[in-house]
Design a protein around this ligand. Structure first.
Ligand SMILES: O=C(O)CCC(=O)C(=O)O
Length: 270
């Protein structure tokens, strides 16, 4: 935490159904769910969206469906952030840059300013992502009212190197937008919990729900604290899942078990 930081952050996870290949429908639907989230009694400081929420995994048509330079997505998210004075961790969308498509997260601050952009660096071969998308090349951190955060997307959580890199850069909360399906609920819960415990950081994970072809996405969006305790978890239906982060807790946990001081990096194979 830095000086002037907020002691707590209220989080709202938009655990939405996504219509495959229908960016217009999805933009409107998620906007409605976001309006509901900000109208709640406990107004969120941060709204989080799922992965590929504009198109779903319509990979065979992704060239025509992806948002050119993310312009429309950025305009909509920035307007919303400014209108409601909230941060938005914008899940991810299919972003077209020249002839390349990326799976990209945009982050906006309370004044609608762009605060980060991250493109998924580990593409998921089980769904042929690497045949249609380009991988990002850079790990990204950003600030939320003085709390340092790290960006990751879905399959990225299978690579502890990324979350450790972000933690070493000072991130105390890891964001994980996802489209994670059955039958791997056990992997989802276990990997998210492990990333939280090993890095002594919050993990904030927003997954979509609903069927797309043969694939059933299970929701179970999660907020996990740096002890690995689950603060909030969604079911398998559409919902706004909410919870509050205590911004001092990660440092407190690091003080109790000094994992970062006890690392022996010179002994680890590169
Ligand atoms: O790693 C997994 O089991 C799911 C990953 C995934 O669905 C994705 O990255 O889109």
């Amino acid at each position: 935490m830095t000086d002037g930081a907020k002691p707590q952050l209220n989080i709202a996870l938009i655990q939405a159904y996504i219509e495959i290949g229908e960016p217009g429908v999805n933009m409107n639907h998620l906007a409605e769910m976001m309006e509901k989230a900000v109208a709640a009694e406990q107004k969120p400081d941060v709204i989080v969206l799922p992965e590929m929420w504009n198109t779903g995994y319509a990979l065979d048509r992704i060239g025509e469906l992806a948002d050119p330079n993310g312009e429309e997505t950025k305009r909509r998210l920035s307007d919303f952030a400014k209108r409601h004075g909230v941060h938005i961790v914008g899940g991810s969308v299919a972003e077209k840059i020249g002839d390349r498509i990326y799976n990209t997260m945009y982050v906006f601050g309370r004044n609608g300013e762009s605060t980060a952009k991250y493109s998924k660096m580990h593409l998921f071969r089980l769904m042929d992502e690497e045949k249609f998308l380009h991988a990002g090349e850079e790990a990204v951190t950003f600030e939320l009212d003085g709390m340092k955060a790290g960006a990751s997307i879905c399959y990225d959580i299978r690579f502890p190197e990324l979350s450790r890199t972000l933690a070493l850069a000072g991130a105390n909360v890891l964001f994980v937008p996802a489209e994670w399906p059955h039958p791997r609920l056990h992997h989802w819960r276990t990997l998210l919990t492990a990333r939280a415990i090993e890095n002594q950081m919050y993990v904030v994970a927003c997954n979509r729900v609903g069927r797309s072809g043969e694939t059933e996405f299970f929701g179970h969006s999660m907020l996990i604290d740096p002890w690995g305790e689950v603060i909030a978890e969604g079911g398998e239906e559409e919902a706004v899942v909410t919870g509050t982060l205590d911004c001092a807790l990660p440092e407190e946990v690091k003080g109790r078990i000094p994992v970062f001081e006890d690392r022996r990096p010179h002994l680890y194979f590169k």
